[in-house]
Design a protein around this ligand. Sequence first.
Ligand code: FES
Length: 489
Amino acid sequence: MAHRIPVARVARLAGLSRSQVQRLIQAGTLPTFDGTVDIDDLVAVFPDTDWDADGEMRRVEEVKNRAFGRRLVELVLPDKHVLAERLYRLSRKYAAAERRAERFALRLRWLEERLGAMAAEGGAEAAVAADLRDWLRHEQLDGAKESDRIEAVLAGEGMMEVISARVRLEPDGRDFFVEGNDTVLEAALGAGIPLEYGCSNGNCGACRARLVSGEVRKVHPHDFALSATDKADGAFLMCSYTAVTDLVIEAGTMGVSDIPRQIIPTRVRAVEHLGEDVAALHLTTPRSQRLRFLAGQTVTLDAGGVSGRYYVASCPCDGRQVTVHVRRTNDPFARRVFADLGHNEDVTIDGPGGDVVYDSVLGRKLVFVAWDDGFAPIGSLVQHALSLDEGQPMRLLRVADEVGLYRDNQCRSWADAYDTLEYTVLSAEGGAGAVADRVAAACGDIAVSDVYAAGPKAFLDALRGRAVGLGMPEGAWHGLVMDRDSNAG
Ligand code: FES
């Protein structure tokens, strides 16, 4: 039987993004069978790929990690027990394959000898036997030509099975990889999949999932007690377990209405000046209280009695490191940030709020538009969409006005790392209406796009009017109003 590789692994093996592989599949260039690719087809479609060199695969991962600002040191090998178990399973698999191959070789040799003997005996069947023997020899030699490349692909796939495990989520159908010491929950959030969870440290039971197939291993202790019936039914806590093998799990995803109000004491990790008039306020929550939120949502911050509401600029995949962008205004909270709010000072988070979040339908184009510090929620939404890597074309447009084009390099590195993302900078000249015209012209096909835009109300009204006028359905519009004083409208 032909060896088949899951589509999700094909992208990594070939050093491509998932979206590039999806496009090859949609174009019919790369045939698939139930979400897998035949290894012979893979080698045929990528004739120039050096399967022995994992450098390309690593380069793509590193570019993405830099684009997301992840620390590469966190990309470590799995827990030693998990590693040992995966190596053992791989050894068993290859031992079985070796035994099958030996038996197969013996039978082939016997067959070849029998055909040789029949050919030598003469008679009516001699010519047919000689033809068959020659065909058999030719097939074996022909197969040997490709075997080096096939072996290199198999070796790469085996290596991937050791360093990461694939998880398929039911009934959602999406999949993601668990790498290093990540729990199943951490891996899902990092992949942009908002699974239901609560405390993230084994106390509440909100991250309970059902294991349909595969094997998990506890990597963090948990106080929440699963009943014997739950355990017998395959229940496990995603915040405490990692994947030993590829998994299929049943788990719920989180929508806006599932996220409760949270009041979390945090400490200032840093105030980072991104320009003359805008600063990133980086906050760290206690280990046991991550902020659960979705990209596009707001939080209210309080520092010693002065407060302000801001869009969260960071990725929901890391609820312990929360960042907001604060522009220099007369708002008391902003004055505090620019005056003397320092490292380790207390800031309380109350939130999240807002219901404009990422909800795009697979297949529609995505347009993200950020006017000035509208880049806070738009940047978070872009990270979310990139993490999902679902392959639809994305366009990020930034309008630089009063606070300038901060984090421009970050946007360029996203565009470098993902061939699906185009990045454009527009001037604010002419005001809301003129900029709305330029955005619509730059997009070209705004009528068939899902639009996420953050900026002053006048601009959002103008852009929405243009987009709807060009045929965009109302449901495709996602507007985030930026308040002049406190960022989140
Ligand atoms: S999130 Fe609370 S137990 Fe896992």
